[in-house]
Design a protein around this ligand. Structure first.
Ligand code: CP
Length: 330
């Protein structure tokens, strides 16, 4: 178990302890305040270089990582993969060693292959590697921003602060994750984060969209969705990943929505205090009804906003690490 990501890579949440996760959340709280200033910039990573390599499409993760790095005063090298030598067939290894030769401190990597960030971390052991989503494996910063957003809401309701509450607000919290668990790296990171913090995690999906390796996961599979919804404190809705062939695994999108979508009818079963999350991008009208996505209970915009302070915290902890050079100046 990793007890702190200071000076470490961030490849998965599976091996992060409760303390390591709370350290990221608490660090992000300080950066929330920075993001509320008129001048949203601190010198924390001045002189450091962060490479942003997205081999797969992204809106939120890429923009918030690059914003986070710039707000920490790092220089950002952003590779436009579609117009790079990757399109001429350059390998991942050669791409990474080429970028490393320019002098970088960190790589933020999104890749369609599960395990690509682990491989890159072995290619450039002197560079910090941050996984921004790899295949069906992990999306660690999404998991962190999801639990951060939920802690923020719970802390506001309890008239306390996230830092004061630590992990206590997650003890016994009932979290229900619905949808395409099989292909979802977000689900894998969310489950690891919620479980590490002490929440009880249940999952609901058609059999074809459940992971084949579910044994050993810290979850309970729901058989009665209505009962699970009624008892949920948090409902995490997952995107139906049509680009990963999900369409062939459900009889029709309409049928998926009917049995597993968070429809207006189904949302009536929730407790009034229930929190709804979705990592985005949404298929409105498929896994979540459009009006439900815009309800106050749905904290989707808050999740997006929190992407910046969480990624600032991750860059700060991993890159500045234990060295004094990067001492936090906020
Ligand atoms: N949630 C998420 O990873 O969104 P993007 O694909 O837009 O980065």
């Amino acid at each position: 178990m990793i007890t702190s990501i200071k000076g470490e890579n961030l490849l998965t949440l599976d091996d992060l302890s409760r303390d390591a996760i709370v350290e990221v959340l608490d660090t992000a709280e300080a950066f929330v305040e920075v993001n509320q200033r008129s001048i949203k910039k601190v010198p924390t990573l001045k002189g450091r270089v962060v490479a942003s390599l997205f081999f797969e499409e992204s809106t939120r993760t890429r923009l918030s990582f690059e914003t986070a790095a710039k707000r920490l005063s790092a220089d950002v090298l952003s590779l436009a993969v579609a117009s790079s030598s990757v399109k001429k067939g350059e390998s991942l290894r050669d791409t990474i060693t080429t970028i490393d030769a320019l002098g970088i401190d960190a790589v933020v990597l999104r890749h369609q292959s599960s395990g690509a960030p682990v491989q890159v971390s072995r290619m450039v052991p002197h560079v910090r590697v941050i996984n921004a989503g790899d295949g069906q494996h992990q999306h660690p910063t999404q998991g962190l921003l999801d639990v951060f957003s939920v802690r923020q809401v719970l802390a506001e309701r309890a008239n306390t602060t996230g830092v004061e509450s630590g992990a206590s607000l997650f003890e016994g919290l009932n979290v229900l994750i619905i949808g395409d668990l099989r292909h979802s790296r977000v689900a894998r990171s969310d489950i690891a984060a919620y479980a590490a913090l002490g929440a009880k995690v249940r999952v609901a999906a058609p059999g074809t969209l459940l992971p084949t390796d579910l044994e050993g996961w810290p979850v309970e599979v729901v058989t009665d969705l209505d009962e699970a919804l009624a008892g949920a404190d948090v409902v995490g809705v997952l995107r139906l990943q049509k680009e990963r062939g999900t369409g062939h695994l459900v009889p029709s999108l309409g049928e998926f929505t009917r049995f597993y979508g968070l429809t207006q009818e189904r949302v009536k079963q929730l407790q009034p205090t229930a929190i709804i999350t979705h990592p985005g991008p949404m298929n409105r009208g498929v896994e979540i009804d459009s009006l439900v996505a815009d309800m106050p209970a749905a904290i989707i915009e808050r999740q997006v906003s929190n992407g910046v302070p969480i990624r600032m915290a991750v860059l700060y902890l991993t890159v500045a690490g234990s060295s004094n050079q990067g001492a936090m100046s906020v």
